[in-house]
Design a protein around this ligand. Structure first.
Ligand code: THG
Length: 293
């Protein structure tokens, strides 16, 4: 599982202030931390950046590259001009995050990715917003990848993102995304995949977010997920992604397969993973106290 560090992010108080003040230090400390934590990519998330993105995005890229020039960057903003300005200064092949399944967006952005030889994240967000189920996701995926292939971008450079939504308000969508994940290699052979993992626990109390994120990552991995945009500071998540916690993977997979392990034979940590699988599958109703049940 490849890890795409999420925390060079305008929503973070520290980083948001550094972007605004054009202060390199917090940005460089952040990316050095992400490098030390072993992130495979660094997501530079500016949000919409409507006003100053065209100047801010390349500035951030250069500030990052002054201290870390061996990790590829992901350009995360809806401002297309800002992405183009940043592509011009990226030293390593970059990734465009993201191209939506909306003609007025992809007709502009796919040629841009092609011109700069960039990978891109194909976001399954259509003209009507979030797809209702796995079949709507599949239809959007076929439309966008066909357009990209016609423009000369092979599936191997496209990272399909089926869109993760918060489990506490949209539980059936957590299953729809897994189902879609399982369809990707049939509808787009060779395509890669990714997702904004932390979205799954948006709105959940902070101390309960990591267990949901980790559990869902393992569940998605069972359906072929190749990478996640994740919190670099969650060392346990990183250890699981690096294949160092087979016990957790086994407990999650067994529960998904309907062979729920005997709870008394598991320690508290593994019990929590089993309970969390059942919440994500909708077998237990979501509440902030599911681990106490
Ligand atoms: N798909 C793609 N790109 C994406 C997303 C996606 N980029 C943005 C987002 N979703 C993924 N990145 C984040 C980054 C931070 C958080 C969630 C997703 C997050 N942060 C904490 C919070 O807001 O509480 C902490 C913020 C802080 O540091 O203060 O939850 O789905 N392609």
């Amino acid at each position: 599982m490849l890890l795409l560090g999420e925390s060079l992010n305008v929503m973070s108080t520290k980083i948001g202030a550094a972007f605004k003040a054009r202060d390199p230090k917090p940005i460089q400390e952040e990316v050095l931390m992400q490098k030390e934590k072993g992130m495979d990519y660094i997501d530079i998330n500016l949000g919409p950046a409507k006003k100053d993105g065209i100047e801010l995005m390349p500035w951030v890229v250069e500030v990052v590259q002054e201290v870390v020039d061996d990790i590829p960057l992901i350009l995360d903003t809806s401002n297309i001009d800002a992405i183009e300005a940043a592509l011009k200064v990226c030293k390593l092949p970059a990734m465009v995050n993201s191209i939506m399944c909306r003609p007025e967006r992809y007709e502009k952005m796919v040629p841009l990715a092609a011109e700069y030889n960039a990978d891109f994240i194909a976001l399954m967000w259509g003209p009507d917003g979030l797809p209702r189920d796995e079949n709507e996701r599949a239809a959007l995926c076929v439309e966008l990848l066909y357009f990209a292939n016609e423009a000369g971008i092979p599936n191997e450079k496209i990272w399909v993102d089926g869109v993760v939504t918060p489990v506490n308000i949209q539980q059936p969508q957590a299953i729809a995304l897994m189902e879609f994940q399982g369809m990707i290699q049939d509808i787009a052979p060779g395509a890669k995949s990714t997702c904004g993992l932390s979205n799954i626990s948006n709105g959940v109390p902070d101390h309960l977010r990591p267990i949901i994120n980790r559990t869902y990552m393992v569940m998605l991995q069972k359906y072929g997920m190749q990478s996640v945009i994740s919190d670099p500071l969650d060392d346990k998540l990183t250890a699981i992604a690096r294949g160092q916690r087979q016990d957790i993977v086994d407990a999650v997979y067994n529960t998904m397969d309907g062979n729920q392990p005997d709870m008394d034979s598991l320690d508290k940590e593994l019990q929590d993973y089993v309970k969390t699988v059942n919440v994500i599958l909708g077998k237990t109703l979501f509440s902030d106290s599911w681990l106490e049940l």
